[in-house]
Design a protein around this ligand. Structure first.
Ligand code: AHR
Length: 565
């Protein structure tokens, strides 16, 4: 049955056929909502300003760049002598694009690469830096190191988030990494019997170009310690965490250090509960969790970025939506020991991870194209983060350029943004807003692949069962002053969904919108067609009293900016 034939006149609706539709009927009768319109609609969106969830940390729009394939070399770093436009060797288009979306934080240098990376290799004159064998079976010239990363963050206006190596370096190197970054390079009075002097590592940093401390506050204590970070048990890792963080140097006037412990692989709540319990009362700032979305293994190994049918399209989005369960399961697991919920979730690797068939070039390990499907996946994921604003401290898309779920692709002097970049830009209005409980009532979509697959998931996802259905509309709402931002994903491949939007207890003065949609969800940008997929203004109705009717096109991501009276 098509959506259109299921349209309901909600105002008079007494014969709602589903629980959600029943809920919609009761919304329209609630005194909190102004009189609903008589327009024919498929769905309802109800926003509750009286039920704030939490402030949306801008850091959930964070990034991740690793020494892997073409991410750093060619993606971010082209070198000062390059003919490609650059700022001190950093690709200018990368900086400009990150500034355009106000990228708040960047994680570096990995990933698995970080688990065998010595930060001392990447400082000092570039022509003296060692060439090393590195994790992703590629040698690294160390031309891009700590100072180049800090310059990247500075040029963008982003906070650095350093992943410390706790698999192959001793604890001393971890605290000296903090010391090198954060110790002041001004003389320090040491008291009787000792000459006043400058901290040796700070002096080294100054000699290497930065007298000012980097003042880094986000520190990852290991990466994927359940896997490439040492194949540890939760108890073993908790012991390492305690040992590496028992003492770290602190300096007057610096920002509070925010330590991030290694959390679970997908929905592995057993890991999360095991680590938090074995931390014996220590409370890191966050627990890093990783969840990648791949296609169903029973059908294709990880799936293809560009070749997929309708069933695979819905299956991947349904798997992406299991992020909701991963967050709530991780939260419950943390609560087993951290009863006050001081430790927040840092989803510092997320995105789509397909097979190798759309790799950019031979040296671009783990690179893939990014289509409209991935834009919808990004919208669904960011909306989930926002609906859990009380739990989420940060998230980092993996990875920003030339990799899995990228916002940019670059090869030599060629450059393009992907559809996912547009979603990040469209969602900027949410940053720092107050997330509001929002209900979406729309008929869900059956995931045909899940119906025939007993157990799904992918190697990086832990034990994720394929979701059996996908919400027919999903999204999130946030409020900043009198501006309400509503983002909505319509995953239906061929059906527009018309929804009546209402805000409890508030009138709407005006609304504008932006939409990302394409008739073919395989649509993507490439170097020859960098603007094949782009946004356009969304034509929306005029709010009448407390409600607004809006039609969300098939396979679309929309943001509406509503001024409330
Ligand atoms: O993002 C690619 C890799 O995926 C990272 O290096 C690792 O942490 C994860 O397994």
């Amino acid at each position: 049955m098509s959506l259109t034939s299921r349209r309901r006149f909600l105002r008079e609706s007494t014969l709602a056929s589903s629980a959600l539709a029943l809920a919609a009927t009761s919304f329209s009768r609630s005194p909190l909502f102004a009189q609903a319109s008589a327009t024919s609609v498929d769905a309802n969106i109800r926003i509750f300003p009286g039920e704030p969830i939490g402030t949306i940390q801008p850091e959930i729009y964070g990034h991740f760049i690793e020494h892997l394939g073409g991410v750093i070399y060619d993606g971010v770093w082209v070198g000062e002598k390059s003919k490609i436009a650059n700022v001190h060797g950093i690709r200018k288009a990368f900086i400009d694009t990150m500034r355009e979306i106000q990228a708040p934080v960047i994680r570096w240098p990995g990933g698995c690469f970080a688990d065998s990376y010595d930060w001392r290799d990447g400082i000092g004159p570039r022509d003296k830096r060692p060439q090393r064998s590195a994790f992703w079976t590629q040698d690294d010239s160390n031309q891009y190191g700590l100072h180049e990363f800090m310059e990247t963050c500075r040029a963008i206006g982003a906070e650095p988030y350093l992943a410390g190596d706790v698999r192959s370096l001793p604890a001393r190197d971890f605290y000296q990494f903090v010391e090198y970054c954060n110790a002041p390079s001004t003389p320090v009075e040491l008291g009787p019997g000792q000459p006043a002097g400058i901290n040796t590592l700070a002096a080294m940093r100054a000699k290497n170009g930065s007298a000012e401390p980097f003042n880094v506050r986000y520190w990852g204590v290991g990466n994927e310690t359940w896997g490439c970070g040492g194949n540890q048990t939760p108890e073993e890792y908790a012991g390492e965490y305690r040992r590496y963080t028992t003492w770290l140097p602190r300096y007057e006037g610096e920002k509070e250090l925010r330590l991030i412990a290694c959390g679970a692989n997908g929905d592995d709540a057993r890991w999360t509960a095991g680590v938090i319990k074995a931390l014996n009362g220590q409370t890191p700032y966050g627990f890093s969790t990783h969840y990648y979305t791949s296609g169903d293994k029973a059908h294709f190994a990880r799936g293809s970025a560009l070749q997929f049918d309708d069933a695979e399209f819905y299956d991947v989005l349904a798997r992406a939506a299991t992020m909701d369960r991963i967050i709530t399961d991780s939260w419950s697991a943390l609560g087993e020991a951290d009863h006050a919920h001081r430790v927040k979730i840092v989803m510092d690797e997320w995105g789509a991870w397909y097979g190798d068939d759309s790799r950019l070039g031979p040296h671009y390990n783990l690179s893939q194209q990014s289509t409209m499907r991935d834009a919808l996946l990004a919208g669904i994921t960011l909306d989930i983060f926002q609906r859990h604003a009380d739990k989420m401290a940060m998230a980092n898309v993996a990875q920003t350029i030339n990799c899995l779920h990228s916002l940019m692709l670059a090869e030599g002097d060629q450059f393009t943004v992907t559809p996912t970049f547009h979603v990040f830009k469209m969602y900027m209005g949410h940053m720092g807003g107050q997330s509001l409980r929002t209900e979406f009532s729309a008929d869900s979509i059956t995931n045909a692949i899940a119906q025939v697959t007993a157990v799904g998931g992918n190697s990086a996802a832990g034990s994720i069962d394929p979701a059996r259905s996908l919400a027919g509309l999903s999204g999130s709402a946030s409020l900043k002053g009198k501006t309400l931002t509503l983002s909505v994903v319509n995953p239906h491949l061929r059906e527009a969904v018309t929804a009546e939007i209402a805000i409890a207890g508030m009138q709407m003065a005006s609304a504008t919108g932006v939409v990302l949609t394409e008739p073919d969800v395989h649509a993507h940008n490439d170097f020859a067609h960098p603007n094949a997929v782009t946004t356009q203004p969304a034509r929306t109705g005029t709010p009448t009293g407390g409600s607004l009717t809006h039609t969300f096109p098939p396979a679309s991501v929309t943001t509406l900016t509503i001024t409330v009276a």
